[in-house]
Design a protein around this ligand. Structure first.
Ligand code: FUL
Ligand code: CA
Length: 693
């Protein structure tokens, strides 16, 4: 202890010759990481052969000629990102299919071999120039997993990948972030290598000393543990990394989601998420662009919880950002601007208890000066303190923004918020960590005094900003559901909206049919709905649901088991929240598993859909499948489709699989061949559907 005090004293003396200097605590951010945390929100772009083949994970054997955007314009992407308020763009320079968006010397599967610009194009060159023009930073995703490169799986591959990295990182100017995917699957030769991460990191830093390296475990920033873009309500920027590697060797997803208190290294969370259900463009998701409400939830769950938000906007087959996505980005920007326009804390008088003395840098007034570089702090060893904001006239607000001065480490463990109401203080919120930024949302309150009680911290709290805002309300997007019988219902969580809908694919307007009760749609179709207020003056975003034939006449004829409460009929009840799971005794469970269904009539099937259990919890997700169609439910013949549900482990959304050729029959059978998570040897199905259209 004495030694520590001596050291802290010494550091203080060296820095400003002042006894009350604040000693840094724990793992600290580098300069590059500090700048990175300030970026908060930036764009991800997935583009490649998958864009043209409607795949999430290409196999690497695609004809490179399929990559042929008709009017690729990287300036349009950069302009969109800039107008959306984003600070950078990270692009999939090389995804798992190995296809390089630049003419790499180390591959024969690149834009050079594609039809685009007669093989003379270079997406990285165009994008890096566009980013420069629009004042955006530029980053690259390079997947070590390469399903095309013949050397993959051999010891030579690490050097090939390092050369590839070196080529990219030395050719296109500054790169702020290097994104490494953790996936390590098989190559074209069926083999998996052991990645040489030290070599890869060395290659990055040699070329780009200021780059922040992303992977499951950093070293620059870490995966948040899901592809929903949501960090834990507790989120430490510090992580224990000893003994861990990216991919299968990474810490549990729950640990990545929250970080480790007192973790060894500063490795903050980056929350990656796509604006659509998948990472790559597909015409089938043009009407599934996330709503402003959903994007706001992600913003509060990422930037508002000490993480950065990396929002994927897939470029379409023309090589442009599709209109629905860019319109949504602008709506989201407008709503954020509106929400954080007026910082009401600027009008308040700020006082604090326990303020550190004899340090001219520390002052309660710094909390509301709008400068993240100035702060308030308590004395050494004092782990609590109360900040009070007093208004001359009552103020109304519903958002609180707090920031720690993280250059000295992340410290706060618990805090509460109180307001003065009828002469007494009333608690309106409690929370744990702050870090770079914490945003709390609560219902509107009106008061003359707010108290923020820092209740516990790892070392004396050092807080740089307190802000209060009144965000406008947002008309909730309606929810469309269809039951087993094929009756469609439309609901909305906002009070008293008028709901209007269409079933002809047209955009609903105020004069479209008004929703008064369930609409029968057993044969399927497109339902679009919108909520209105004030006789149509205010409108929500449109929500679209596309249905095939309803499972009204269907019955499950066979499964190889059933978990308690997971009745097989729940796989065909139209409700994605209920599910069938195959297991009775988890110890005895082992793949494969299966479910057979009688459709009640003969149908011509063009494909099937599988919705994994994902809403409350994901568990029993199927990865490898075989699907059969039969006339009599006894003779199944060969599977009409088989393969893997790409990326389903991390992004468990509905999978639509089209058959190579239509199949006639009355019975269907899904065989779960291998699980997404080897520890879960049971299969679950939230919904099974057919494609007849
Ligand atoms: C994952 C990949 O497997 C997905 O395809 C996507 O690129 C996502 C951002 O990372 O690990
Ligand atoms: Ca169900």
């Amino acid at each position: 202890m004495r030694k520590l005090l001596l050291m802290a004293g010494l550091c203080g003396t060296l820095a400003t010759a002042h006894a009350q200097e604040i000693a840094p605590y724990g793992a600290l951010p580098s300069k590059a990481q500090l700048a990175w945390q300030d970026m908060e929100y930036y764009m991800f772009i997935h583009l490649g052969p998958n864009t043209f083949t409607d795949n999430e994970w290409g196999h690497g054997d695609e004809d490179p000629k399929v990559f042929n955007p008709s009017r690729l314009d990287a300036r349009q992407w950069a302009r969109t990102a800039k107008l959306a308020g984003m600070k950078a763009i990270i692009i999939t320079a090389k995804h798992h299919d190995g296809f390089c968006l630049w003419p790499s010397k180390y591959s024969t599967h690149t834009v050079r071999e594609s039809a685009w610009k007669n093989g003379k194009g270079d997406v990285l060159k165009e994008l890096s120039a566009a980013c420069k023009e629009y004042g955006l930073k530029f980053g690259v995703y390079l997947s070590p997993w390469d399903r095309n490169h013949p050397a993959y799986g051999t010891p030579e591959y690490n050097q090939v990948f390092s050369n590839t990295l070196n080529e990219v990182l030395s050719s296109y100017g500054p790169v702020f972030e290097q994104w490494f995917d953790g996936a390590n699957g098989e190559g074209p030769n069926g083999k998996k290598p052991v990645y040489d991460w030290d070599l890869f990191h060395h290659t990055v830093y040699k070329n780009q000393p200021n780059a922040v390296i992303f992977s499951d475990v950093g070293p620059g920033c870490r995966w948040v543990g899901n592809e929903d873009g949501i960090a834990g309500t507790t989120n430490w920027a510090t992580l224990n990394v000893k003994g861990f590697t990216p991919g299968k060797g990474a810490p549990a997803q729950s640990v990545l989601n929250e970080g480790n208190m007192n973790g060894e290294k500063w490795i903050p969370a980056e929350c990656d998420v796509s604006i659509r259900p998948g990472w790559f463009y597909s015409p089938s998701t043009n009407d599934k662009v996330k709503s402003v409400q959903h994007l706001l939830d992600i913003y509060y769950g990422s930037v508002g919880r000490n993480g950065n938000m990396l929002l994927n906007v897939p470029v379409d087959r023309r090589g442009l950002i599709y209109s629905a996505d860019s319109i949504r980005l602008m709506e989201f920007k407008r709503f954020r601007d509106e929400s954080f326009k007026t910082n009401l804390a600027l009008k308040a008088k700020v006082t604090a208890t326990e303020t550190r003395r004899n340090n001219s840098k520390v002052s309660a007034a710094n909390l509301t000066d709008g400068k993240p570089g100035t702060y308030w702090a308590t004395p050494d060893g004092v782990l609590k303190g109360t900040i009070t904001l007093t208004f001359a006239k009552p103020a109304s607000f519903n958002r609180l923004v707090l920031q720690e001065y993280i250059a000295l480490g992340q410290r706060v463990k618990a805090f509460s918020v109180e307001i003065l109401e009828n002469g007494a203080f009333k608690e309106i919120a409690t929370a744990t960590t702050i870090g770079h930024k914490r945003i709390l949302s609560f219902p509107d309150v009106t008061t003359t005094q707010v108290r923020i009680n820092i209740q516990d911290a790892l070392a004396c709290p050092v807080i740089s900003e307190v802000q209060l805002y009144k965000a406008p309300g947002l008309l909730a997007v309606p929810v469309i559901q269809r039951n087993k019988q094929g009756e469609v219902s439309i609901t909305c969580s906002s009070p008293d909206p008028e709901l209007h809908y269409t079933v002809d694919g047209k955009e609903p307007v105020y004069s479209s049919p008004k929703y008064t009760g369930p609409v029968s749609l057993p044969a399927g179709g497109i339902v679009k709905a919108k909520a209105f207020l004030e006789k149509g003056k205010k409108a929500s975003a449109t929500v679209t649901a596309v249905y095939d034939i309803a499972p009204a006449k269907w019955k499950v004829t066979f499964t190889d088991g059933q978990a308690k409460g997971a009745d097989p009929e729940k796989a065909i009840d139209g409700n994605p929240e209920s599910f069938w799971a195959s297991v009775i005794q988890p110890e005895a469970a082992k793949y494969p598993h299966e479910i057979q269904v009688d459709l009640g009539e003969e149908l011509t099937l063009k494909g099937f859909t599988y919705t994994p259990r994902h809403l409350v919890e994901k568990s029993g997700t199927i990865y490898t499948y075989a699907f059969y169609v039969s006339e009599d439910g006894k003779n199944w013949g060969e599977p009409v489709a088989q393969g893997n549900f790409a990326n389903i482990a991390n992004n468990p959304v509905t999978q639509s699989i089209r058959f190579n050729k239509a199949a006639k029959g009355r019975f269907i059978r899904l065989v779960a061949v291998a699980p997404a998570n080897e520890k879960e040897q049971w299969a679950s199905v939230a919904e099974l559907g057919v494609i007849t259209k």
